[in-house]
Ligand binder design. Structure first.
Ligand code: ATP
Length: 292
């Protein structure tokens, strides 16, 4: 499990991270979301012991990274891409990283296969596409068979096939009991990958919880047409809805389609049309992430 408690990092002029408390649970894939400059990388760096917190705690299984007995085996991380030497092949890069981490070279070919780079194993990483570099970075993070994965913007540069691959990999890792924390500045990029979302703005927590609950809170507006709009207007308001009209149909906020249908049925008014807008998750994310 990954946990932060009132985590704060103050630079001279900015509080990059400001009293941030959240947890990423084992067995779940957690998205760490915020606009550019909201403090994501600073938080991940504190979790990885690369930046010292001004106050508060950044913990992995209850301990700061620097106090873990075997940190490279416990935590695999992708912080920025482009860490490999451009003249080195993907395979040579992984072999060198395995030596550095003391994990042995046995898993290198298996990992190349797992991230879909077997055919490009001997190609110079300088010639890799952005998506291939992301795959290599993920392979590097997996070298020590870590329980915890921390990935900064791993979906950046991946095409739909790459996203599907990443989803499968992260899902398998979580299902095996691992903890996954991945950051992005786009909710849409992570929507298919994550179970839980942590959203920050200006270093402060704005949302933490299941992605489904976020969808729930973004319940769409209903559009209703029926035989007697005036009666419907009244019964929807009595049921707790906020009612308006676009001239052709009633527009109802704050009621589920089920509640609206039942209320109309109870009032004896036939319904001709009842539809719900798809919740605009990106809009909701932008509102939360803007931190207003
Ligand atoms: N070493 C530093 N010295 C001074 N200010 C810093 C330092 N590192 C980060 N900051 C500031 O802290 C804030 C948060 O930066 P951070 O890189 O953590 O955000 P981010 O959410 O990861 O953004 P991005 O998605 O652009 O990487 C920014 O205002 C940044 O300018």
């Amino acid at each position: 499990m990954i946990e932060t408690d009132e985590l704060t990092k103050a630079y001279r002029k900015v509080r990059a991270v400001d009293g941030l408390s959240f947890a990423a649970q084992a067995g779940r894939v957690t998205g760490f979301l915020g606009l550019n400059g909201s403090g994501k990388t600073t938080t991940l760096r504190m979790l990885l012991g690369l930046t010292r917190p001004t106050s508060g705690a950044a913990l992995i299984d209850g301990k700061p990274f620097t106090e873990l007995s075997n940190p490279l085996r416990k935590v695999g991380a992708v912080l920025e891409q482009g860490i490999s030497h451009p003249g080195q092949s993907g395979r040579a890069h992984l072999v060198a990283q395995a030596m550095l981490a003391g994990t042995g070279k046995d898993r290198v070919d298996l990992l190349l296969d797992q991230v879909g780079l077997t055919d490009a194993a001997h190609q110079r990483t300088g010639d890799y596409s952005l998506g291939m570099r992301q795959r290599l970075a993920v392979a590097t993070a997996l070298l020590g068979e870590p329980e915890v994965l921390i990935l900064d913007e791993p979906a950046n540069g991946l095409d739909p096939e790459g996203i599907a691959w990443l989803r499968g990999l992260l899902r398998a890792h979580a299902e095996a009991g691992g903890t996954v924390l991945i950051s992005s500045h786009l909710l849409a990029e992570l929507a298919q990958l994550i179970d839980d979302a942590v959203i920050i703005a200006h270093g402060k927590l704005r949302y933490s919880g299941p992605l489904d609950d976020l969808y729930g809170s973004a319940a769409g507006r209903l559009r209703v047409r029926g035989r007697d709009p005036q009666v419907l207007w009244r019964v929807f308001e009595e049921a707790g809805g906020k009612v308006g009209t676009d001239g052709a149909a009633l527009e109802v906020d704050g009621l589920s389609a089920e509640d609206a249908g039942e209320a109309a049925f109870a009032a004896g008014v036939p319904i001709y049309e009842l539809s719900a807008d798809v919740p605009n998750l990106e809009l909701l994310f932008l509102e939360l992430a803007a931190g207003r």
